[in-house]
Design a protein around this ligand. Structure first.
Ligand code: ATP
Length: 326
């Protein structure tokens, strides 16, 4: 069957995450196998405006499976938020005869892609690249499992020193609006408490639990705090808990290390499958779509059904944490 498109461009946008590179690799390899012309656009949606396109050969994909970050670079672009910025971007896309884009990013990047489509008629396939795992329409986002492994490794190390000094620790994970990383890490590391944006935080109850725990000569106590918890960040929460419990804690903010590193096997496979299917779907003539994985199957959803929707929090998993982290 003839391909519905002949020239496509790929870009990574928003926050970087481990798995973007194997996703790029898969898109390039599939495009070459299908006989498409493929361009890489540097630094996300801003690169469309600044005309930073490069025609890619199959060799561009070499060595990308295990590489963290994104070789195409990424950016947040204020200019792309304006119709004028998007018009400039569209002009650069059209001048090259590019017919469709593959956008690897988060919700914001897909809003940008949608605006470009509505105003300029350029369509795209969106791939879920964010460590937060909070995207509607997919069970997993690319990057989540690698970031989780990084957090688990760090918390295990913190536990060693906490046990040795009989200390209370607050470990802050990423997750401004999502507790997925924090809860999963809490279950995996056997943390003693977890605080997330999706649930109410009861600091007096936590302080009581910590006091009782140390009174029973508990060797250590680890609280995992998602950065967006309603009670504050790890630093402010440590202070409040200290005032309530009289127990001094140490704070470890994991920060950007959670975004880096070689993607784990799960993320490499997810990125490879979704990157391949995105290019195939464009070849089949599908327009403005989001690709995810649900119940172990690749699913393709119209992008308008994804944007602005929040994935329901996995309550059953939270119940596991509630029982085990007490
Ligand atoms: P992450 O989940 O890592 O934050 P993201 O894709 O959601 O990734 P954003 O910073 O929200 O990251 O969005 C990336 C870019 O998409 C923005 O810098 C902007 O250029 C564009 N964008 C976001 N929202 C819109 C919008 N409503 N209209 C046009 N462009 C948008």
């Amino acid at each position: 069957m003839e391909n519905a498109v002949k020239k496509i461009a790929i870009l990574t946008s928003g926050g970087d995450c481990p798995g973007m590179n194997p996703c790029i690799r898969a898109a390039v390899r599939t495009a070459v196998a299908r006989g498409l012309e493929i361009y890489g656009v540097y630094d996300g949606l801003q690169g469309l405006i600044d005309d930073r396109f490069e025609k890619l050969k199959g060799t561009f994909a070499s060595g990308l499976s295990s590489l963290g970050g994104t070789v195409l670079g990424t950016a947040r672009s204020a200019e792309f938020m304006t119709p004028e910025g998007r018009a400039k971007a569209a002009e650069n896309v059209r001048r090259r005869g590019v017919e469709a884009l593959v956008i690897m990013g988060g919700d914001g990047s897909f809003r940008g892609g949608s605006a470009l489509c509505q105003e300029q008629g350029i369509h795209f396939a969106g791939l879920p690249c964010t460590i937060d795992n909070d995207m509607y329409g997919t069970d997993y986002t690319i990057g989540f499992n690698t970031a989780l492994d990084t957090i688990v490794e760090a918390v295990d190390k913190v536990r060693d020193t906490a046990r040795s000094h009989h200390r209370l620790f607050f470990v802050e994970t990423m997750g401004r609006y999502s507790g997925a990383l924090a809860v999963s890490a809490a279950v995996a590391t056997g943390a003693d408490a977890v605080l997330i944006p999706e649930t109410k935080t009861d600091l007096p109850a936590l302080a009581e639990k910590i006091k009782k725990s140390f009174a029973r000569a508990h060797k250590s106590f680890i609280v995992i705090v998602a950065e967006g918890d309603e009670a504050g960040n790890a630093i402010t929460i440590e202070k409040k808990v200290r005032e309530l419990s009289g127990v001094e804690g140490r704070v470890c903010v994991l920060g950007h290390v959670q975004r880096g590193g070689s993607p784990c096997a799960f993320d490499r496979i997810l990125a490879s499958v979704l990157g391949l299917r995105a290019v195939e779907a464009l070849c089949e003539g599908k327009k403005n779509i989001f690709l995810g994985v649900q119940d172990e199957k690749v699913t393709i959803t119209p992008i308008e059904e994804i944007i602005g929707k929040k994935k329901p929090f996995r309550k059953n998993f939270l119940e596991v944490a509630d029982v085990l982290c007490t």
